[in-house]
Design a protein around this ligand. Structure first.
Ligand SMILES: C[S@@+](CC[C@H](N)C(=O)[O-])C[C@H]1O[C@@H](n2cnc3c(N)ncnc32)[C@H](O)[C@@H]1O
Length: 354
C-alpha cells in the first residue's frame, strides 16, 4: 500500500510513491509540511558536503533519492533550475520556491527557473519563465577551476551535464599527463577541457552538432590557461571520425565514449547498447596498447549487470583483451536508491587495453 502522487497527463508514469507510512490520511493532510521537510533535508545534505565546494553546479534535490519523486533542483552558480518530471509539481511551485529561498536567501526571484522535462518531445521545453526580459539567461560558472558558458533560455540542455561532474572528478587520476585523449560525443566539451587541464598532450573532440562544437570552442576561450592549439574539434558522426582516424593511423591513449541512449539516422533507431559492438571494434583500432576506454550508457532500461555483460560479450566476440577497471555511476550530489533502478540511469566502465 502506498500514498501516490497522481499524474494522469504523463505518458507512462501515472503515479509516483509519496509515502508507504500509515495513516495515509494524516500523510495527505500534512503534505505541504512533508514537502518542506524533505526539501530541507536535501538542502542540508548538500550544504554539508565539502566535495561540492569545488564546483558551482550541483544538484540540491535529486528526485526519488531525496524522497521528492520527479523533482530535480539544480544549483548553477547564483541561479537555480527547478525541473519537474511530473506535472503534479506545478501546483506546488510557490511552496518549493519559498522553502528554497529560506535556506538560500541569496537566490533572487529572477534567478529561479522552472522547467518541465519529460520523455516525450512535447514535454522537452525551455524553462517556462525563460523569455522574461529581465532574466539574464547567459552566464558562466566554474567546475573544478574551469569556466563554462551556460544558456538557460536558448536550449533544452543548458550546456553542462552536472550528473557527470562527480565522474569527471573520479576520472582525474586516470587521465595521465601527456596522454592523447579522444572525447567522442563531446557535447560542449566538459571532458575535453578537463583532460587539457589535467595535462593531456592533445585532445580531440567529436560531435555531430555544429552548435555544440561552437559552444565547446567558446568554453575553451573562457579558459586562457588552457592551450587551445592542443585541441582539435571535429563536427562529424563518431562513426565517420573513427574511420578517418583508422585510415590516418591516428592513435590515442584515452578514449571517452558517451553516446545518447538511442539515435536515429532518419530511418531506423539504434540503441547505444546495440551500437557498442561496432564502436568498440573501431575504438580498439585507434587505441594505443595500455590505453584506456571509458564507456558510458545513459539509460535506466539497461541494468549495470546487463551493460557489463554486453560489453564483456562484445570483447570476447571481437577477441579483444581488456581488463575491467572502475565501474562508474552517479554519486555525490546525485544519490541512487538500491530498489529504484530507474534512478540509476547513468553507468560507465573503465577498460584497460592489455
Ligand atoms: C549525452 S551527450 C554527451 C555529454 C558529454 N559527454 C558531457 O559530459 O558533456 C551526447 C552528444 O552526442 C552528440 N551526438 C549524437 N549522435 C552523434 C553521432 N552519431 N556522432 C557524433 N555525435 C553525436 C549530441 O550532439 C550530443 O552532444
Amino acid at each position: 500500500m502506498a500514498l501516490l502522487m497522481h499524474d494522469p497527463l504523463h505518458k507512462n508514469i501515472k503515479a509516483r510513491v509519496w509515502s508507504t507510512k500509515f495513516p495515509f490520511d494524516r500523510e495527505a493532510q500534512h503534505f505541504t509540511a512533508g514537502i518542506q521537510g524533505r526539501l530541507d533535508l536535501a538542502f542540508e545534505k548538500r550544504v554539508k558536503d565539502a566535495a561540492l565546494k569545488q564546483r558551482d553546479n550541483y544538484y540540491i534535490v535529486f528526485a526519488e533519492a531525496d524522497q521528492l519523486p520527479g523533482l530535480f533542483i539544480l544549483r548553477l552558480k547564483d541561479r537555480v533550475l527547478i525541473q519537474f518530471y511530473t506535472q503534479f509539481w506545478n501546483r506546488y511551485k510557490s511552496i518549493i520556491q519559498t522553502t528554497l529561498q529560506e535556506v538560500f536567501p541569496e537566490i533572487k526571484d529572477e534567478n529561479i527557473w522552472f522547467q518541465l522535462r519529460g520523455e516525450t518531445r512535447e514535454l522537452q521545453k525551455l524553462p517556462t519563465n525563460s523569455t522574461e526580459p529581465e532574466r539574464r539567461d547567459e552566464f558562466h560558472l566554474q567546475e573544478f577551476g574551469l569556466q563554462y558558458l551556460i544558456r538557460l533560455g536558448s536550449s533544452y540542455d543548458h550546456g553542462i551535464y552536472t550528473d557527470m561532474s562527480s565522474i569527471r572528478h573520479i576520472l582525474a587520476p586516470q587521465i595521465k599527463t601527456n596522454a592523447s585523449v579522444l572525447n567522442l560525443y563531446s557535447y560542449t566539451g566538459a571532458f575535453s577541457l578537463w583532460a587539457l587541464k589535467l595535462g593531456a598532450k592533445d585532445v580531440t573532440s567529436v560531435d555531430l552538432s555544429p552548435k555544440y562544437i561552437e559552444w565547446l570552442q567558446h568554453n575553451l576561450g573562457l579558459n586562457p590557461e588552457l592551450n587551445s592549439t592542443q585541441h582539435d574539434a571535429l563536427v562529424m558522426s563518431v562513426d565517420e571520425a573513427l574511420d578517418k582516424f583508422i585510415s590516418e593511423g591516428k592513435k590515442f591513449d584515452f578514449i571517452i565514449c558517451d553516446p545518447p541512449s538511442s539515435s536515429s539516422d532518419g530511418e531506423k533507431r539504434t540503441s547505444a547498447i546495440k551500437a557498442y559492438r561496432d564502436l568498440i571494434a573501431k575504438m580498439d583500432q585507434v587505441l594505443n596498447p595500455q590505453g584506456r576506454l571509458v564507456l558510458f550508457l545513459n539509460t535506466h532500461q539497461v541494468t549495470n549487470q546487463k551493460f557489463e555483460k554486453t560489453i564483456q560479450d562484445n570483447l570476447k566476440e571481437l577477441r579483444l583483451n581488456y581488463k575491467l577497471g572502475t565501474r562508474l555511476s552517479l554519486g555525490q550530489d546525485c544519490p541512487t536508491l538500491k530498489n529504484f533502478p530507474e534512478g540509476s540511469y547513468l553507468k560507465g566502465l573503465l577498460l584497460e587495453k592489455i
